[in-house]
Design a protein around this ligand. Structure first.
Ligand code: PMP
Length: 379
């Protein structure tokens, strides 16, 4: 098998799985219980939380454990909207967000909130002037992802934060950093709120976090006993939190050399695919190398994906969460509907090997020829 869909999800690393298994086996107590089994679990919980906070250089009261990035995004946007609705009902998001952000916005619109969509330039970079213009007195939140999940566009969070705060110091800046963590350096001090998910960084599915600066207030989505965290209630899933902490530790190590490796693999693929007349590479100077998006001029992307699958090669349509739909990001950057309707995403990791790419490119060529010949026969 050649797995090239690391932006959809990653396999759980064995080290992470070991931590998960050990915590499950040896720490069965509820960390909220006051007896010794509970206390033992609480000690491990505290040390996992402490480690995550140290890794990201944040305070422990700034970490909200969630079931993943979708929940973190919901907590951020709905939580801030509810808390601040008397002050304002206007939010701004980019045109490069994950589908979860847009569906939250649709919901907020039904509740009387107003959403503006900030423009980007033809390289995908946020249009700073447009952002400035759109920020108003009643703008309570701006949400812009650190790295876009479809084309891999990376945004300068620090600059964006400066623009937002200059226009309106009360506007909260949220960033979905799910596709950035473990790929590029991210400072949580550049944002007020940040969402992430462990299953994108070789951790298990069902766990992630929302960073919330201590200066920001929000209304929780999930109310409960308040024993673990007032802002996200329920019994802490200790093995998942331990696994999250381990995954983060591994993910943040050697970022530069990991990125260099992925960059070389990306360049190899691009060099080859540039020779195909029927392929457009949806890449700009802001795309990170881990996410490589291409469009077919003639072949249907799902047909190609299933053809590759016959050789156990796995890539995806625009995102795993929005299969077979128009790629909103490709549309927002290249403004070409046909191009946006025919994308596939090849996503790489530092564990991807040169041999895998050689095999991938060979099979890609074969399948591309076959499908193009079929098209010609049909004509
Ligand atoms: N945001 C981004 C940028 C993503 O790529 C994803 C996963 N496709 C999500 C949010 C949703 O994450 P989760 O699966 O943890 O809910």
């Amino acid at each position: 098998m050649i797995y090239l869909d690391y932006s959809a999800t990653t396999p759980v690393s064995f080290d992470v799985l070991d931590s998960y298994n050990k915590a499950t086996r040896d720490y069965m107590g509820n960390a909220n219980s006051i007896h010794s089994l509970g206390v033992k679990s609480k000690v491990l919980l505290n040390s996992a939380i402490k480690q995550i906070c140290e890794l990201f250089n944040i305070q422990e009261n700034e970490l909200i454990i969630t079931s993943g990035a979708t929940e973190a995004n919901n907590t951020a946007l709905k939580g801030v909207a509810l808390y601040n609705q008397k002050r304002g009902k206007h939010l701004i998001v980019s045109k490069l967000e994950h589908p979860s952000i847009y569906s939250i916005c649709e919901f907020l619109e039904t509740q009387g909130f107003e959403i503006s969509y900030v423009n980007n330039d033809s390289d995908g970079l946020i249009d700073f002037e447009d952002l400035k213009k759109k920020i108003r007195e009643d703008t309570i939140l701006v949400s812009i992802c650190a790295v876009n999940s479809e084309v891999g566009i990376r945004q300068p969070l620090k600059t964006i934060r400066q623009i937002i705060k200059k226009e309106n110091p009360n506007t909260v800046f949220h960033s979905d950093i799910t596709q950035a963590i473990g790929k590029i350096p991210v400072s949580l001090h550049d944002v007020d709120l940040a969402s992430m998910s462990a299953h994108k960084i070789f951790g298990p599915k069902g766990i992630g976090f929302l960073y919330k600066s201590s200066k920001v207030n929000l209304v929780p989505l999930i109310h409960g006993s308040g024993k673990f965290n007032d802002l996200r209630n329920g019994t802490p899933p200790l093995p998942l939190i331990v696994a999250l902490s381990k995954a983060c530790r591994i993910a943040l190590k050697d970022l530069e050399s990991k990125e260099m490796k992925v960059k070389k693999l990306n360049e190899r693929i691009c060099l080859e695919l540039e020779n195909y007349d029927g392929i457009l590479i949806n890449k700009t100077k802001y795309s990170i190398p881990h996410i490589l998006n291409i469009s077919f001029k003639n072949i249907r992307p799902e047909t190609f994906i299933h053809a590759l699958e016959e050789d156990e090669i796995y890539v995806s349509t625009n995102t795993a969460c929005a299969s077979l739909e128009l790629s909103t990001s490709v549309m927002a950057i290249f403004n070409d509907k046909r191009r946006a309707m025919s994308t596939i995403r090849i996503s790489l990791s530092y564990v991807t090997t040169n041999e895998e790419i050689t095999k991938f490119l060979n099979i890609f060529k074969l399948r591309y020829k076959q499908l193009n010949n079929l098209l010609k026969e049909d004509e």
